[in-house]
Design a protein around this ligand. Structure first.
Ligand code: PLP
Length: 367
């Protein structure tokens, strides 16, 4: 018998389960109309300024990209009001998360996170041999007491996803302040703000995360271009952290993390404030449409600060998911986050027309 050729951690490794691609649903059910509302993608299309910038870049594809995208580093740090040395770009927010985990995790280190939360923290850290400490939510919020109580000598990273995916709720200012005050300095605090631009329209969303990095250097604030600017397909995101951590993060992983089209797209997107605000307004309208409908059904949702809503229908979500899929509407059944959530589902916002289609199809399923 030969030796096990695979990395030890792969023995019980559970990779990410992607929602079914549109093409697969089309093949399976032979449908004309399919609305994929499962992955929190922007449904109104990419930022036009990003598309323009990509077109202009196409003729340069024979050249490698800059491993340090000089102009984008300068332009984005200016907009954010930070030093360029604090900014780390990566292949999506997810790519930056992998860089962070590669930078900090040794076998046996512990990470603390909420349950449910964004699955990439668990996936990346566990592959490197980390022990994942999951702290269940308390009602419709984080259990900050329990999360802080889970921190010990072995804790290396503490993940706060705010707004949280899949629920959409946030950590309040008081909760963030408390974490900053009580988390030991030598634990890396990751604040994942992939939905920052959408959440920042709400007055109660804490907006001082960048200032935390100034006071607490072992902090990483994560942001993304995927959701708000509609360029999930090119893969670019970034972190704001201390210069010391930033230098380490840049050094790990592939030399060329971000391709030319992604760099160009982001340079276009950051200038597209109009598009960002238009999307945020449209998102708020769509979200309200969902909430109004759920109210007529007596369904409860987490308060959403994002472009998705997490809702309890009291019905088996796997059944609802399958029935909706047959009708061309793709949602995310709650059971993916554990048995406890089997009557819940997550749906991304879209145009008013898409929301109405979802409502019509749901009514058809329920009849
Ligand atoms: C979408 C998302 C990300 C990162 O998305 P990228 O497309 O990789 O930039 C990170 N965290 C959360 C919570 C997300 O929902």
């Amino acid at each position: 018998m030969g030796k096990n050729i695979f990395r030890n951690e792969l023995a019980d490794f559970k990779p990410y389960v992607q929602g079914k691609p549109i093409e697969a649903v089309r093949r399976e059910y032979g449908l004309d109309r399919i609305e994929k509302l499962a992955s929190n993608e922007n449904q109104i299309g990419p930022s036009p300024k990003a598309v323009e910038a990509i077109k202009a870049e196409l003729a340069e594809l024979n050249f490698y990209p800059e491993s340090y995208p000089f102009d984008l580093q300068r332009e984005l740090s200016e907009i954010l009001g930070i030093d360029e040395e604090q900014l780390v770009l990566g292949s999506g927010g997810e790519g930056v998360l992998w860089q962070a985990v590669l930078t900090f995790i040794n076998t046996g280190d512990e990470i603390v996170l909420a349950d449910p939360t964004f699955d990439v923290y668990r996936i990346s850290a566990s592959l490197l041999g980390a022990v994942v400490v999951k702290v269940p939510l308390k009602g419709m919020g984080f259990d900050i007491d329990a999360m802080l109580a889970s921190v010990n000598e072995k804790t290396k990273m503490f993940f706060l996803c705010s707004p949280n995916n899949p629920t959409g709720h946030i950590a309040s200012q008081a909760e963030v302040d408390r974490i900053v005050r009580e988390l030991p300095e030598d634990v890396v605090l990751v604040i994942d703000e992939a939905y920052y631009e959408l959440a920042s329209f709400s007055p109660d969303f804490p907006k001082d995360s960048i200032a935390i990095v100034g006071r607490r250097p072992n902090t990483i604030v994560l942001r993304s271009f995927s959701k708000t600017y509609g360029i999930a397909g090119v893969r670019i995101g970034y972190a704001i952290t201390s210069p010391e951590i930033a230098a380490r993060l840049r050094g790990v992983g592939p030399t060329f993390k971000i391709n030319r089209l992604a760099i160009a797209a982001a340079r276009g997107a950051v200038k597209d404030v109009e598009y960002r605000d238009m999307y945020a307004a449209q998102n708020a309208t769509a979200r309200q449409m969902l909430l109004d409908y759920y109210e007529t059904k007596g369904w409860v949702s987490f308060p959403s600060y994002t472009n998705f809503v997490f809702t309890d229908t009291g019905l088996d979500s796997k059944w609802l998911f399958e029935e909706l899929q047959k009708r061309g509407v793709i949602i995310r059944p709650g059971v993916l986050w554990g048995e406890k959530w089997q009557t819940w589902f997550r749906i991304s916002t879209g145009t008013a027309e898409q929301m109405q289609y979802f409502i019509d199809m749901t009514e058809e399923v329920l009849r």
